[in-house]
Design a binder for this molecule. Structure first.
Ligand SMILES: [Zn+2]
Length: 166
């Protein structure tokens, strides 16, 4: 049953080639949420556009959790790297939300492991996200360099891909 649901999910999901042109970028977020709910008792954060964020970001205000995303930026990333990169970016933010709900303040590496894992659960390709990190991730006090980020993505991907016997 789970396999069938996943197969249907894959066909309807945001990056499936046949449907790419007609599905909104927000469907990539929905995919990440579905994958998170398969793994965790998880209530989804609300989703809101914000032109000031780069890609997407997760914030909590009191008891409210929000994933902000820059639609224009994500369309550009989709064009450049493919839709699985957008799924990965949303999955990273969902990863922060998963940890937050479990009382953990996750590091960027934790969220990257989640991103890889959710990509694996969805049967998607982690390479577009890694290509995006290689080209555009800016190391900072909180964000490790691209090679470290990509190791985390790969770790999560391999871990969760196996869960579903892919
Ligand atoms: Zn993050």
């Amino acid at each position: 049953m789970r396999r069938i649901l996943l197969a249907i999910l894959f066909l309807l999901s945001c990056g499936h080639a046949r449907f790419d042109w007609q599905l909104p970028i927000e469907s990539c977020y929905d995919d990440a949420i579905v994958a998170a709910k398969l793994l965790y008792d998880f209530s989804e954060p609300s989703l809101a556009t914000n032109q000031k964020v780069r890609g997407a970001s997760f914030i909590t205000r009191g008891t409210t959790a929000v994933v902000f995303y820059n639609r224009k930026d994500l369309w550009r990333i989709q064009e450049q790297y493919g839709r699985d990169a957008v799924v990965g970016i949303f999955a990273h933010e969902v990863g922060h939300a998963i940890d937050k709900q479990r009382g953990i303040n996750s590091s960027e590496s934790d969220a990257d492991v989640h991103a890889g894992c959710l990509i694996g659960i969805l049967g998607r390709n982690p390479e577009p996200l890694k290509a995006f990190f290689r080209a555009e991730s800016r190391p900072s006090a909180t964000h490790p360099k691209a090679s470290v980020r990509n190791n985390s993505v790969e770790k999560g991907y391999l871990m969760c891909k196996r869960l579903w016997g892919r």
